[in-house]
Design a protein around this ligand. Sequence first.
Ligand code: ADP
Ligand code: ZN
Length: 613
Amino acid sequence: MDALAPQLPSHKDILSRIFGYDSFRGDQEVIIRHVIDGGDALVLMPTGGGKSLCYQIPAMCRPGVAVIVSPLIALMQDQVTALKQLGVKAASLNSSLPYSEILATERAMRSGELEMIYVAPEKLLTENFLNLLDQCDLALFAIDEAHCVSQWGHDFRPEYLKLSLLKERFPWVPRIALTATADGPTRQDIKERLHLSDARAFVAGFDRPNIRYRIGLKAAPKKQLTDLLEREHSGQSGIIYCMSRNKVDEIAQSLCEKGFNALPYHAGLGKDIRFNNQDRFLKDDAVIMVATVAFGMGIDKPDVRFVIHLDLPKSLEAYYQETGRAGRDGLPAEAWMIYSMNDVARLYHMASQSDAPEAQKRIENRKLEALLGFCETTRCRRQVLLEYFDDNPIEPCGNCDTCLNPVESFDGTEAAQKALSTVYRTGQIFGSAHVIDILLGAKTERIEKLRHDQLSTFGIGTEYPKQEWRSIFRQLVALGLLKVDMEGHGSFQLGAECRPVLRGEKPVLLRRDPQKKTRAALREHYKKSFGPAATIDDPKDEALFQALRARRLELAKDQGVPPYVIFNDKTLLEMVMARPIDLSDMADIPGVGKRKLERYAGIFLEVINENRS
Ligand code: ADP
Ligand code: ZN
């Protein structure tokens, strides 16, 4: 390199000048320095942890172009748009681009003008592209969503397997693989299949402290849903997950009728509709996406304020991943779920129908049990979740429903005995409705026909109302004392653990369904945990925040980009709290880098001045 070549900037310099942040988070700095020095890295960090900077900053600190492999075009475009807003020379290559643009990008790669190129794995692996890389100076390879290489997890992508050739063909170029998927087998697969066994592994804790977990019972789901949206999430963006396509359509429609800005997303919709709906979710404020699990992979939107499950997810892994799409900006967000015994029965039924080998089925069953145990726990949800992922133990979090509303427990030994013996006496072929009718002594047609009013347990459970019995039965399943019949009618069978309970040798502790906590108490909690910027109380602040968001939306629409690439909510909230007066105040706001200062600070200062009182 000649002496006149520009000196490459330092990583700290880039963090503040380009990204407008003043400190690194967690392991970011160590990772960045390791990669700048030419080391390989495997980075496991939860969603929202700040993985992108781990390769974007080294990309700018090392000479040459950085190649970033990403599985989805939408994801790449989002990243490129955001980088361009920061004044970084980045581009993506995919087959949908016009030829002239492809040529220009290739030229910029060869000349060393481009800093980052985003490509899909299938494109990267073409001989043409590899030849092009031979002609370029390469800063690094970043392999995003690296769990796609593993069949163990979700989202397996066969093309990812071939990425191992990068090491053989470009052994001198550092590689950094990143994922938010935690579990051990996936991690092992990534190491082996991408030839990263010698890479340094950086494993961050998996806690997402800004997400509040709440799980409740399904009673009147539509009403529960609209109550929640109206009371706690009005004007916010979020995702609502449903089991089936039909249900997605139904919920989206019913929300629209009630005046919400809701859109459906599932694999049964045409490609254009899906693309459009996703685009509106990214680019408009306050859109609610009602979706099957087909939606979400690669959705980088940072200001998703809630993720709702109207049906149980497949496993705790899926739950963690889906809820993880909330609150990537670090501001308070909510994961809210309601479920019923029917959901549980349906999942067991699905598991029983699969053609998977026995060993696999046993794994699936264990996963279901863990999920149900999590739903029915009387402990801190976060503790249970993190324990499942073998994360470091934590204190009760104070930000989940069981912490906010400590669950009252009671000695349920007798109730359990009554329930179990009723199941036993009726031949283990009935589900909760009929068994509860017997316990309550209801004279239903079925009971009379089967002469179940003759049973010794008929009418012995009147001390609990029906609702409470449902809860007791769910908990008995969660505790392994009852099993839900695999053949799908949801009938109960006695579990292996039930003998000592029936004999009175083992007590059973059950939870009472909790009362609601007031909103004021919740807000207090938020302030304590996230500082004053976390929630807005003052109507003047709220008005300014909304005015800033409206201005941002106009700017975004003019450019056809998502609003958050201009400034994210957190940055706007910081402006609300700081009320900057001039450009130098603005430069101190986290998230305002040099380029954005030049481009946008004046415009937002104007809004702040108009709202000064
Ligand atoms: P991930 O890819 O791990 O889900 P991102 O890279 O998208 O996370 O980062 C999540 C959010 O955190 C983004 O809005 C990003 O700008 C912000 N962020 C990342 N690093 C920092 C930092 N050091 N200081 C402040 N904000 C950061
Ligand atoms: Zn908790």
